[in-house]
Design a protein around this ligand. Sequence first.
Ligand SMILES: Cc1cc2nc3c(=O)[nH]c(=O)nc-3n(C[C@H](O)[C@H](O)[C@H](O)COP(=O)(O)OP(=O)(O)OC[C@H]3O[C@@H](n4cnc5c(N)ncnc54)[C@H](O)[C@@H]3O)c2cc1C
Length: 401
Amino acid sequence: MALGAPIDVLVIGSGAAGLAAALSAELAGARVAIATKTTLQANNSSKAQGGIQAALGADDSPALHAEDVMRSSHDTADPGLVEVLTSEAPDAIAWLEELGCGFTRENGGYRLARCGGASRKRLLQVGDRTGHAITKALREGLEAGAAIVSAHHRLTSLGQSGAGWRATFETPDGADEIDAATVVLASGGRCFAEAATRGELSTNHPNATGETTRIALDAGAEGRDLDALQYHPNGGAWPTTMQGYSIPETTRAYGAVLLNADGEEFTDSLGPRDEVSQAIFDEVDAGRGVLTEDGRPAVWLDTTRIPPADADVSLPYMLRRYRGAGIDPLAERILTYPVLHYQNGGLVIDTRGETTLEGVFACGEIAGGTHGRNRMMGNSLLECVVFGRRAGKAAAEKARS
Ligand SMILES: Cc1cc2nc3c(=O)[nH]c(=O)nc-3n(C[C@H](O)[C@H](O)[C@H](O)COP(=O)(O)OP(=O)(O)OC[C@H]3O[C@@H](n4cnc5c(N)ncnc54)[C@H](O)[C@@H]3O)c2cc1C
């Protein structure tokens, strides 16, 4: 594809991480191209409902946020990356607001919820369509600039070319190549493909197939914790139209609890994700689970405990989906079981988002280290914005150096 003047920064993927990186690179003065597998809007980020973490409460601080991340990761996260993630979170929120993302407010401040594993209320929300609102703001910011958008470009290989990198793509019109001084990989995780291989349900978008990670590893990049995949504790189990739907963790933040077949609470419903998922697996294995009408394992999520006023403000999409499927979660309990959700590990990066390949950066779910082997809810969107901004800026500076 003839793109005119040389490209400084080529971004691969158009989720929150890729959009933040492309916008940040452009704001740093780079000539930017963004290539993505299908459309600019197709990604996991837009599906994110629950929210994004930032220590903005009066009783909170980035240091407490960092402690929670390290504890939830069982001390497997990279402390340097965690320090960046948590200390830059308030500024990331301010940036998103400048771009037009309006977070839900109440009583003169942000409406904050406590997510699993957190010691404070720290989760900002835009109703329960937070990922949609964040990606929309980033996309509109990018589209207002001069970045070149190459949709329907699926990366198939990456190799060095002169002083930079050459990316090869499969497109509906055949193969294409783009040369750039630096590359930012922001192609997300692999849980859709992994679930298909395992014959399980997943919350992920069909584009989450992970081939870019493999391409980077083949080019010599280092990876970490790639075997650590995360189950979302609360996949929808019934009715069939809700199977694979990720019931927002905010249901539990606002009072819903997990119950076994006998109606007993069997775990701390707001524990770290891996512990809550494991508790559900164990409860079902011990014969105290419930079977769905199509014979799937499940436990109850007692959503009737959520105050209607909280549900109206913070769970309107979830309510609409369930009511449309014939179940009112405020009037009856719903059936849930863990589903494959997130790739905790990924490519090794430094605090500027550079991989172990010089000139190749990575941000978002494709990168490893920020969450170690167990991510907290609300820290992935945050990672996309904080490290997307950093990677885009650093890639622009390197391209011009
Ligand atoms: C249902 C759901 C709910 C979630 N809720 C939350 C939440 O409340 N809070 C939170 O923090 N996190 C949440 N997450 C996790 C979070 O949304 C994602 O981990 C994060 O948004 C990933 O962003 P990303 O930009 O790295 O990847 P994605 O958003 O997945 O974007 C990847 C992009 O790369 C493109 N791509 C893939 N392969 C290629 C290729 N070979 N060539 C070119 N392009 C390619 C894709 O098409 C896509 O555009 C949720 C995830 C899901 C699925």
